[in-house]
Design a protein around this ligand. Structure first.
Ligand code: MG
Length: 346
């Protein structure tokens, strides 16, 4: 297999602010994996939270290059080989993993969800994220997505009550709250007990990632389900979450791709944890890869590409928060900006 890659800046419509970070563009790395006459596409959305950048991704690709032998169907063993050789680097692993699935689906002339044996169950609903902002801008953002069935609201600020009251002037749709580690435990209990009466479905990452004792203390005092995001990356982190959280947010970029996400969703069922499939700021390439797994999850948060000014890929079509699974072979994505990635061949 031949691997090429290219870093691309993805400007956002609005600056994206959450309790623990801020950005006005994403810098994602796109890969093209060629085998015979087929091309598989993949995307890495590096996160500084996990010490990743376009440079660490490039280094990862150089390290694993010798392991990209000529058997793209052996995805599990290729991923295990990466894991043995290089720790972490999950978004880089996710890029190669989704490119392998794209390649295999194209070779078999089947969409990825069918290759995985997943039953397509019609229409799915994703939340749309409202980042932290001035109240007048939040009002403008919410008015623009008033047809979305569910909103995910970023809190963890001094104005949390005002943010919710502003949103409630415009819509009474269900909300999912993400505090991105922004609350103390006392503050979390007070705010969650108020949010319970605001048509809120769940609370994501109320306290700092490692504060399991505090989260447990909060969970004993609130009724809304608590979801872990920053508190976990891969399947081996999951046992420790039982009794602390009610559910987990699984992201391809955080866990290393479709192969690991499947392991996690299966394990979550066994551990009685609810599941959400989430995303970083990604183009329709990364989002489409995640969308193929939608039928396995309780909640979907796949709005990353909708936050972009321009999307370099065409893939799953999300209209007013609703989507169906793509039925083209592979992931079902098409590059819009670059025909093939020609910056460098590794
Ligand atoms: Mg989150």
């Amino acid at each position: 297999m031949v691997l090429k890659y290219k870093t691309n800046q993805l400007p956002l419509t609005y600056q994206f602010v959450v309790a623990n970070s801020k950005k006005s563009f994403a810098e994602n790395v796109f890969v093209e994996l060629r085998h015979e006459n087929y091309i598989g596409y993949g995307e890495a959305a590096p996160s500084y939270f996990f010490h990743e950048s376009p440079v660490t991704i490039k280094n990862f690709f150089e390290q694993i290059k010798p392991q990209l032998d000529d058997i793209p169907l052996a995805i599990d063993s290729i991923m295990e080989g990466f894991e043995r050789k290089v720790r972490g680097n999950y978004s880089a692993k996710a890029a190669i993993n989704m490119a392998l699935f794209d390649l295999v689906g194209k070779k078999l002339s089947q969409p990825v969800y069918k290759v995985l044996g997943i039953k397509n169950q019609g229409t799915f609903f994703t939340s749309f994220t409202i980042g932290i902002d001035r109240l007048d801008i939040i009002e403008e953002k919410v008015a623009a997505v008033r047809n979305f069935p569910i909103l995910k609201v970023k809190l963890g600020t001094k104005q949390d009550y005002e943010i919710i009251e502003t949103i409630r002037k415009i819509t009474d749709c269900p909300l999912r709250i993400d505090a991105n580690e922004g609350w103390s435990k006392e503050e979390a209990v007070e705010k969650i007990n108020w949010l319970e009466h605001q048509n809120v479905d769940l609370i994501e990452q109320p306290l700092p990632a490692k504060d399991f004792n505090g989260t447990k203390w909060v969970r004993e005092r609130v009724n809304l389900p608590l979801f872990a995001d920053e508190s976990l990356t891969v399947s081996t982190d999951m046992e420790g979450l039982v009794g602390v959280f009610d559910g987990i947010n699984i992201k391809l970029m955080k866990c290393g791709g479709i192969t690991e996400a499947l392991k996690m969703v299966k394990k979550a069922r066994a551990l009685n944890l609810k599941t959400m499939i989430g995303c970083f700021i990604e183009s329709s390439l990364g989002i489409t890869a995640a969308a193929h797994l939608a039928p396995l999850f309780d909640y979907m948060d796949l709005d990353g590409a909708l936050l972009l000014k321009t999307d370099p890929f065409q893939g799953v079509k999300i209209t007013n928060g609703q989507f169906t699974l793509p039925d083209l072979p592979g992931l079902g994505v098409q590059p819009l900006i670059f025909k093939t990635i020609n910056q460098r061949q590794l």
